[in-house]
Design a protein around this ligand. Sequence first.
Ligand code: CIR
Length: 254
Amino acid sequence: MQFTHAIVRTPAPSLSQGITSANLGQVNFEKALQQHANYVLALEHLGLTVTVLPSEEAFPDSTFVEDVALIFGELAIVTNPGAASRNGETISIRPALLKHFANLLHIHPPGTLDGGDVMWTGDRVYVGLSSRTNRVGAEQLGKHLQNAGLEWAVVEMAEMLHLKTGVNYLDQGNLLVAGEFIEAPIWRAFHQIQVSPDEAYAANCVCINGSVLVPAGFPQTASAIENIGYRVVIVDTSEFRKLDGGLSCLSLRF
Ligand code: CIR
């Protein structure tokens, strides 16, 4: 998969009121803005054209733009996020997507689905059933994928917030796995890089055209990725981690 574009959304001052289970302290908004700007720069250095959408004060979690849309080649789908406070985030993503895609498909209630629960390996789309993504939402997505000729599979989950909190596809068969996904039979066919419990946050990395964005502060994972031949780009996301947000959540890549 080669990427040429990304969409991100500037964090809003309300960011500190976002949903969290992390217990890592208060968000420093100025620092979050700086980290977000650095994230955009990292994407640009990897050759992507980045659309930066304006912040949305009414939606504290709206900087986690990955959850509100899915993109598979020419196919763009607006999700129906599972957290009530995030539901309205879908409204303003539509015009941004319509600048790049002629048609948009949707996930409709009672189906719920967060983009963080969806992982595409190029061969197949994996959809995690989480507290945010229900079976109805997954099946609606499955129909859209089938109509587009894409294979898909459901992943049962027990502990993680989102599927990609604990499993992320790089490329060429390489998969980062942490926590409940280590040794899970569904990932048997992949070359797995196991992320240790003390570095579990770093299971959420983003592979862009052969380079991998890795969060700052997780040296074992960064080395493991480097050792299998990737160029590693370190990006500090400490303020987003306080809100359970990882690297992938901060952008839509296509
Ligand atoms: C939330 O709980 O929805 C946000 N605070 C974090 C979303 C992270 N998104 C993702 O993992 N895809």
